[in-house]
Design a protein around this ligand. Structure first.
Ligand code: CAA
Length: 258
């Protein structure tokens, strides 16, 4: 029997949808699953036909965190030498925009994975949280940093110290979630948003993503420098000429990602 894929990949138009596929353990993020996800995202980055990505855990769950069974008995040296968590940074380094479709639990590494995405669509019944404190650790894949930037220091501190969950409506109210949907509409809405982004000139989209990310990851001075470099760079693209000429000629632009 062929081995079951841990990340399923399909494409419709210019949108790739990646689905985490360990539903029996609520998509616990094992090292093998993370490796498949990194490979799938790299393949999307390399494929000119893909302009935006939807990342989902399917209709019932996003991911319930790093695989506790895979690390329960690990020593610090094993954790360090496996570099399991460091490898996750390659997910955040994806050049193309990622829309998360969070239809259920996004906990621990699952919440961190959602926060590595660029836009978050959530089902009204979804739950976010960093419950690591309940099992004797703290978030290790960016939770203390990204949740704090998303929610502010006091809300993030409470969630991380208590391990409590944040409902999707609360997450929406506090800016962690872009759009709330009925459960069955979560993945289609994420795909709709992704196709809207995919209609835009792809290189401008990627350079805009890099510049917006810089706002959270660097100083104002560095972020401004990245923005300006990317702004000037886009004048060397065929899509910039096409976009501006189409505007002047009052027609719809046809972007080619060049
Ligand atoms: N790792 C491994 N297995 C997990 C898992 C995880 N993170 N989360 C759930 N599972 C497994 C369960 O062991 C169970 O498997 P079995 O049927 O073989 O027993 C199966 O998924 C279903 O889970 P539950 O029976 O627990 O389902 P539930 O509906 O009663 O509870 C839940 C759901 C509240 C999400 C609960 O599963 C839970 O608390 N999960 C752990 C959440 C967590 O602590 N995440 C943080 C992990 S550490 C981390 O992520 C570190 C980091 O920063 C990178």
């Amino acid at each position: 029997m062929p081995e079951e894929r841990l990340v399923l990949s399909e494409r419709a138009g210019h949108v790739a949808t990646l689905t985490l596929n360990r539903p029996q353990v609520l998509n616990a993020l094992s090292p093998a699953l993370i490796d498949e996800l990194i490979a799938a995202l790299a393949a999307c980055d390399a494929d000119d036909e893909v302009r935006a990505i939807v990342l989902t855990g399917g209709p019932r769950v996003f991911a319930a965190g790093a695989d506790i069974k895979a690390m329960a008995e690990a020593s610090p040296v094993e954790m360090l030498t496996r570099r399991n968590i460091e490898r996750w940074s390659r997910i955040a380094a994806t050049r193309k925009p990622i829309v998360a479709a969070v239809c259920g639990y996004a906990l621990g590494g699952g919440c961190e994975l959602a926060m590595m995405c660029d836009v978050i669509v959530a089902a009204e019944t979804a739950q976010f949280g960093q419950p690591e404190i309940n099992i004797g650790i703290i978030p290790g894949a960016g939770g203390t940093q990204r949740l704090t930037r998303a929610l502010g220091p006091y809300r993030a501190m409470e969630l991380i110290l208590t391990g409590a969950m944040l409902s999707a409506p609360e997450a929406h109210q506090h800016g962690l979630v872009n759009r709330l949907t009925p459960p069955e509409a979560c993945i289609p809405e994420a795909q709709r948003l992704a196709s809207l982004i995919a209609e835009r000139p792809p290189l401008a989209v990627q350079l805009a993503k890099e510049a917006v990310r810089a706002a959270a990851e660097t100083t104002l001075r560095e972020g401004m420098a990245i923005e300006l470099r990317n702004f000037y760079l886009l004048f060397d693209t065929a899509d910039q000429k096409e976009g501006m000429r189409a505007f002047i000629e009052k027609r719809k632009a046809e972007f080619r990602g060049r």
